[in-house]
Design a binder for this molecule. Structure first.
Ligand SMILES: Cc1cc2nc3c(=O)[nH]c(=O)nc-3n(C[C@H](O)[C@H](O)[C@H](O)COP(=O)(O)OP(=O)(O)OC[C@H]3O[C@@H](n4cnc5c(N)ncnc54)[C@H](O)[C@@H]3O)c2cc1C
Length: 350
């Protein structure tokens, strides 16, 4: 590895900083440090970097924009961030195209790019924070759409094979807020994502007020851009903005439970929202479970639950990651006690 001069080193396509602060690199804005922080601008540099002893022996964390991570402590090894940018269209068949996007592009900028270039499909996923490289990790989703529906392939550095690999959609093992990359976090560093984007597609309007928002905008025959505008307005109203108050969006996944438990809970609590899953179980509204126990707007020091949305934990100022995690654990404990349901955190907890 190049020698660090005053804690800093540069190579072809990357920069290394020693004992780097991560406070500005996570949307909870909690303090944390990395032993080494490496920003990679050219994925070709990964072959060189993974040859160095530090990257072979120290724990590795890949970080995008930090909008789905909670640091409860410093990272005792290497934090790697893929900063490569670029959007290319390697194949355009008229009705649809292949679009290849480097991992460091901002997700929302890419959604806007796709709409401006006449593509359909990503409009419901507008305004989700983060990078394109992180989108396949938890198979981001919103308003009835998941990104896996548009991913043709993912390119990644495979640490086991020590080479760049290309995984087709079927190899990515996508699930609800899940993928092979999430389950094998130590193995893959996503460097680019290839999308298959149609120019025309039936719009998904039947979810969480999209149709009503379009009606309020006076639009009866919406285009994908109109849907994006409606979703953006809904999100802006419902979700706290991380630029104003630290948060990582939904902190808990909607729990999937067996049909029997779902039926009992629905009998006892008719207001509880539940959606059937393919395997006969049910996905429950985590927000309802949390709100019903009085946590919405709750606060312990600077760690709190958003007043706008019971699923969103917020940092009112100087909460540490450990304090936010303690609050999350308290919520999980109460939900388990009262409903016999185990909530799982959506962000990566460090
Ligand atoms: C206000 C708000 C609203 C949100 N709304 C939604 C929503 O509607 N739907 C949704 O699905 N999510 C939502 N999220 C969560 C978040 O935006 C997504 O998970 C996003 O994809 C995270 O991107 P990131 O670049 O910030 O990733 P990070 O938070 O930096 O990382 C997330 C995970 O991906 C891994 N990772 C990141 N980049 C790479 C890479 N190149 N290669 C391998 N692993 C990588 C990290 O190790 C980590 O495990 C929201 C977050 C916020 C703050």
């Amino acid at each position: 590895m190049p020698a660090l001069n005053s804690g800093l080193a540069q190579g072809d396509g990357y920069t290394i900083v020693e004992r780097a602060s991560l406070a500005g690199r996570n949307t909870f804005r909690v303090p944390a440090r990395a032993e080494l922080l490496i920003d990679v601008r050219k994925p070709a540099a990964l072959a060189e970097l993974f040859g160095y002893a530090a990257l072979k022996t120290q724990p590795l964390l890949v970080l995008g924009e930090g909008s789905n991570v909670l640091f409860t402590r410093d990272w005792p090894g290497v934090v790697l961030s893929i900063a490569a940018r670029g959007i290319a269209v390697p194949e355009d068949r008229g009705d649809a195209a292949r679009v290849r996007v480097e991992a460091g592009e901002n997700w929302n900028d890419f959604v806007r790019w796709s709409l401006a270039h006449g593509f359909a499909g990503l409009e419901n996923l507008v305004l989700i924070p983060g990078t394109v490289g992180a989108a396949p990790i938890q198979n981001i989703g919103a308003y009835g759409i998941e990104v896996r529906q548009f991913i043709a392939a993912v390119e990644a550095w495979d640490r086991r094979e020590a080479r760049l690999v290309r995984l087709d959609n079927a190899d990515c093992a996508f699930g609800y807020r899940d993928s092979r990359f999430k389950r094998e976090r130590e193995r893959y560093v996503v460097t680019a994502v290839e999308f298959e984007l149609p120019r025309e597609r039936a719009l998904r309007l039947d979810y969480a007020g999209v149709r009503e928002e379009l009606a309020a905008l006076g639009i009866d025959e919406p285009t994908p851009s109109n849907v994006a505008e409606a979703v953006a307005r809904l999100r802006t109203r419902k979700l706290p903005d991380p630029a104003v108050i630290g948060n990582a969006g939904s902190f808990f996944k909607n729990p999937i439970v067996a049909a029997g438990l779902a039926e009992r809970l629905r009998r006892e609590h008719p207001q509880l929202q539940a959606w059937p899953t393919e395997d006969g179980g049910a996905k429950l509204s985590a927000a309802w479970l949390i709100e019903s126990l009085g946590f919405k707007g709750a606060r312990e020091g600077d760690a709190g639950v958003s007043e706008r949305h019971a699923l969103v934990l917020v940092n009112h100022g100087s909460a540490s990651g450990a304090e936010l995690w303690a609050l999350a654990e308290r919520i999980r404990g109460r939900v388990r006690e009262c409903y016999d349901v185990v909530l799982e955190a959506e962000p990566l907890i460090v």
